[in-house]
Design a protein around this ligand. Structure first.
Ligand code: ZN
Length: 198
């Protein structure tokens, strides 16, 4: 049985990380999507755990430890972690033009991490969440990210649209947008399990 771990970035005590008009806070958005992804996958019979049930910020080292404790108990090959975020082009309370989804892996990413990222990005494109970003051929962006670098299982960090873009923000706050972002995670993870792991 595959163990699906969902990480939600940041906490109620994380400063900044909000839309210029204050309507979206990244920690709250990430938790809402994480809960939706968890319950949707559980309904389909998958084994899912959110590694940060708390509302406050849990340090990356503790989050990585929580993932790795599970990886050591079961076979790390059958574990995956997706860390859910939303992007910002600036951190200065201004609006920007960049829009769309991206999937990030560590600089030391395994081939399965890259395949998981591609499954998620493919679904995002299918669901019309490409935005105005250039999509790399491989459908992942390598980046030095602790949650990817220091975990023992395939790991992807998703940046779900830009909360400092006016159009993306409307989508992020809408039921249609939240449903699409939930669906891309659920369907992308199931695709990975069915087509890469089996
Ligand atoms: Zn973030």
């Amino acid at each position: 049985m595959v163990k699906i771990l969902i990480d939600n970035g940041h906490g109620v005590n994380t400063k900044g990380k909000q839309s210029p008009d204050g309507r979206l806070r990244e920690y709250a958005f990430a938790r809402e999507i994480a809960k939706r992804v968890e319950s949707c996958l559980k309904c389909k019979g998958y084994d899912v755990e959110r590694i940060v049930p708390e509302d406050f910020d849990i340090s990356l080292s503790i989050r990585c430890k929580r993932v790795n404790d599970i990886c050591r108990k079961v076979d790390a090959k059958n574990v995956l972690v997706v860390s859910i975020h939303s992007n910002a082009a600036g951190c200065n309370g201004k609006w920007y033009g960049a829009r769309g989804f991206s999937a990030h892996v560590g600089l030391n990413a395994s081939s399965n991490s890259k395949k998981l990222a591609a499954c998620l990005w493919d679904k995002a494109i299918e669901l019309g969440l490409k935005g105005n970003r250039a999509v790399p051929n491989d459908r992942y962006i390598p980046q030095d990210l602790a949650i990817c670098r220091n975990t023992l299982c395939p790991a992807v960090l998703t940046e779900n649209l830009f909360y400092d873009n006016k159009e993306d923000l409307e989508l992020l706050l809408s039921e249609d947008g939240k449903a699409a972002i939930t669906k891309l995670h659920v369907d992308g993870i199931i695709d990975y399990i069915n087509n890469v792991l089996r």
